[in-house]
Ligand binder design. Structure first.
Ligand code: MG
Length: 456
């Protein structure tokens, strides 16, 4: 997976070296020699990842990072800070400035490629979700409480065989407000379901089982697919660590583990996983909104047409019957004109409920527009559909509709309905809908408050 990286460093030799390393791996590279230039290029060229030097004259890396994260145009771009050797304080400052990751100088190739690979995979998922969401509505920005949710303590599954490292890992995590479970504890806590976990911390060395197999298992199992996996490996196990990344691990941490780094990586992975989670839920909701009529909760015209085509196809293959009912509120325009649109909307909502309660769960109730409603009845003869239509008509006429919240003003409403049935292989969606409308029209001209069944 290729990507475009922005390298920010005040020293020419450093920029050139980094550029050579990255281009050797087929990444494309943008360069900036100071903070001001970096901010400009980031906003205009939208790189996928930014590698940011901390020590620069003028605006330092922390300030650049803060500004990148404060600008909605650049806030989503992962920033990797390049810090001086083993300066824990630098890393903490970097995190406070909003950095997504950090590397110590001099940067070794393995860590560099591992970090970029992990950020790249994360970017691919987040970008796809943002793109889909942008078709609907908000473009990936989070509300205040969603932001706070990203920061809350994580649920971490710790899989490591050495008991001493368990302590050195577990204690700092718990002190920082995270919940740490071992495999045994997780089994007891959730009946084997780990759906509320955020992160798996997986030791690669000296395990009684094959840790790579476990990595692959987590990635291919529905319940654990979205988890972040951080593998822990000694420098001697780099080959294994590289394979773990290939199999979908999100990040690597070197053992013996440095508490500051552990906490930083856990925080970053938790944030990322939850961000993707939020986007994914929004996309799902967006898909739902795109097929459902907002007022009544019934399916819209687009969904209706797709479903009818699908059921006609099935009917043609399985020689099963299929019927539709077209229903329309009589003199609805007068309701709107006389009582106003709010009252009209109330009638539509109550009418939708009466249709729903008079059909089966497998029937598909739609509101293609205005006061028109349509019920698709799979595996149903015209005769049966006619009886359902009659049930709907009666239930509407039987009890007046409420026009206000308190139910003080009520109005008697009637409906007319037309029923049509699938007519065999040559039938089309348009023809079937036209026949149902024709039947409905007959019911209207014959005096309304009745059902015309041209299928029976
Ligand atoms: Mg510098």
């Amino acid at each position: 997976m290729s990507a475009r990286l922005l390298v920010v460093d005040d020293i020419l030799a450093n920029r050139r070296l980094m550029q050579a390393k990255l281009e050797a791996k087929y990444y494309s590279v943008l360069l900036a020699e100071n903070g001001v230039e970096a901010l400009k290029i980031a906003a205009e060229d939208q790189p996928d990842i930014i590698l940011l030097d901390v020590m620069m004259p003028g605006m330092d890396g922390y300030e650049v990072c803060r500004r990148l994260k404060a600008d909605p145009q650049t806030a989503h771009i992962p920033v990797v800070m390049l810090t001086a050797l083993n300066e824990t304080a630098d890393r903490v400052r970097g995190l406070e400035a909003g950095a997504d990751d950090f590397l110590t100088k001099p940067v070794d190739d393995f860590s560099l490629m591992a970090r970029i690979g992990a950020l790249n995979r994360y970017n691919a998922v987040a970008m796809e979700l943002r793109k889909r969401e942008a078709n609907g509505m908000r473009a990936g920005a989070l509300a205040e409480e969603e932001m706070q949710g990203l920061e809350r303590g994580a649920n971490i599954l710790l899989i490591d065989s050495s008991s001493s490292s368990m302590q050195s890992i577990r204690d700092p995590l718990q002190d920082a407000g995270h919940r740490v479970l071992t495999l045994d504890e997780a089994d007891k806590a959730a009946d084997g379901r780990n759906s509320n976990l955020d992160i798996v911390l997986l030791g690669l060395s000296h395990q009684a089982f094959d840790p790579l197999r476990l990595c692959a298992h987590f990635r291919t199992t529905d319940a654990t697919r979205a988890l972040s996996i951080i593998v822990m490996a000694t420098s001697a196990d780099r080959e294994l660590a590289a394979q773990a990344l290939e199999l979908g691990a999100s990040d690597i941490i070197q053992t013996p583990v440095v508490a500051e780094e552990l906490l930083a990586r856990v925080a970053t992975q938790t944030k990322r996983r939850r961000y993707v989670d939020i986007l994914r839920r929004r996309v799902d909701r967006g898909l739902e909104l795109s097929v459902v009529d907002q007022l009544t909760g019934l399916y819209n015209r687009r969904y209706m047409t797709n479903q009818l085509a699908l059921w006609m196809k099935r009917a043609s293959l399985g020689s099963q019957p299929l019927s539709v009912i077209s229903v329309d509120i009589d003199h609805f325009k007068q309701v709107n004109d006389k009582y106003g649109h709010d009252a009209g909307d109330r009638v539509l909502v109550q009418f939708a409920d009466r249709i729903r309660t008079n059909v089966r769960p497998k029937d598909i109730v739609c509101r293609p527009g205005g006061e028109e409603f349509l019920v698709i009845m799979p595996e149903t003869t015209g005769d049966l559909a006619g009886r359902a239509a009659e049930r709907i008509r009666k239930s509407v006429a039987a009890e007046p509709f409420e026009l206000d919240d308190l139910g003080q003003q009520k109005l008697g409403v009637t409906v007319s309905a037309g029923v049509a049935a699938y007519a065999g292989e040559d039938d089309t969606v348009a023809d079937m809908l036209r026949r149902a409308d024709l039947a409905l029209y007959e019911a209207k001209t014959a005096g309304r408050n009745r059902v015309t069944n041209i299928a029976a």
